[in-house]
Design a protein around this ligand. Structure first.
Ligand code: AMP
Length: 214
C-alpha cells in the first residue's frame, strides 16, 4: 500500500503506520524518526534540524525534500510505504506530487486521522519513545514492562525533547497553521479518507476495508 498519513502530532500516525507495515511489508517513512536519528548521530542534517525540532518548529522544506527524494528510491519502498509526518506544508505536498510523477508512483490514498484536541494533549504528555527503535509507549495505557527500557530492543525509553508543554503547544499551533490546510488540498483532489482516529485498531480496520484487504 502507498498512503500518506495526515494528522496532528499525537493523532496516532506512527502507531497506525507500524500496524500497517505488518500487513503487507510496506515500510513506514517517518521524517521525524529520520531527523531524530540524524540529530542523535550528529550528522550535518541533524545539526541543521535540531534547533527547529526542539522549538517545535518545522525544519525547512528544502532539507525535507532532499531526505524524501533519496528515501523513496530505496529498494525497501518497492512493496509500498506509509508516509508518516510528511508532507507537512502545501509546498511539500506540491513537491511530492512532482517527485511521485518523476518516479512513476501512484498513491492509494491520503488518510486524515481526526482526534479531539483533549485526547491529543493527553497522549502527547504521556507518550514515551524508544531512542533506538522508535517504539511508542504511553505511561498510562501502554508502559514498557521495565520502566525506561524498550520491550522490543532494550533501548532507552524517554520523553522526546519536543514533548515539553511549551514545545507541544508550539507544534499544535504550527500544525493548525501549516499542516491542516493539506486536508483541503487532498480533499479537492478527491483522494482523502477522513477517519475518526480515537482507536488505532479501528483506523487500521477501515484502511484495510478501503484497500480491499479485509
Ligand atoms: P514528528 O515526529 O513527525 O512529530 O516530527 C518531529 C519534528 O520533526 C517536527 O516537529 C519538525 O520539527 C520535524 N519534522 C518532521 N517532519 C517534518 C516535515 N515533513 N517538515 C518539516 N519538519 C518536519
Amino acid at each position: 500500500m502507498r498512503l500518506i498519513l495526515l494528522g496532528a502530532p499525537g493523532a496516532g500516525k506512527g502507531t497506525v503506520a507500524k500496524m500497517l507495515t505488518q500487513i503487507d511489508g510496506s515500510v513506514q517513512i517517518s521524517t521525524g524518526d529520520i531527523l531524530r536519528a540524524a540529530v542523535k548521530e550528529g550528522t550535518e542534517l541533524g545539526k541543521e534540524a535540531q534547533g527547529y525540532m526542539e522549538r517545535g518548529e518545522l525544519v525547512p522544506d528544502s532539507l525535507i525534500m532532499g531526505i524524501m527524494e533519496e528515501r523513496l528510491q530505496q529498494d525497501d519502498c518497492q512493496k509500498g510505504f506509509l508516509l508518516d509526518g510528511f508532507p507537512r506544508t502545501i509546498p511539500q505536498a506540491e513537491e511530492l506530487e512532482k517527485l511521485l510523477e518523476k518516479l512513476n508512483i501512484t498513491l492509494d490514498g491520503v488518510v486524515n486521522l481526526n482526534v479531539p484536541r483533549e485526547v491529543i494533549l493527553d497522549r502527547l504528555t504521556t507518550r514515551r519513545t524508544c531512542e533506538d527503535c522508535g517504539a511508542i509507549y504511553n505511561v498510562k495505557s501502554n508502559p514498557p514492562k521495565v520502566e525506561g527500557v524498550c520491550d522490543k530492543c532494550g533501548g532507552k525509553v524517554v520523553q522526546r525533547a519536543d514533548e515539553t508543554e511549551e514545545a507541544i503547544s508550539k507544534r499544535l499551533d504550527v500544525f493548525n497553521e501549516q499542516t491542516a490546510p493539506l486536508v483541503g488540498f487532498y480533499e479537492e483532489k478527491g483522494n482523502l479518507w477522513d477517519i475518526n482516529a480515537t482507536s488505532s485498531d479501528e483506523v487500521v480496520r477501515i484502511i484495510k476495508e478501503k484497500l480491499g484487504l479485509s
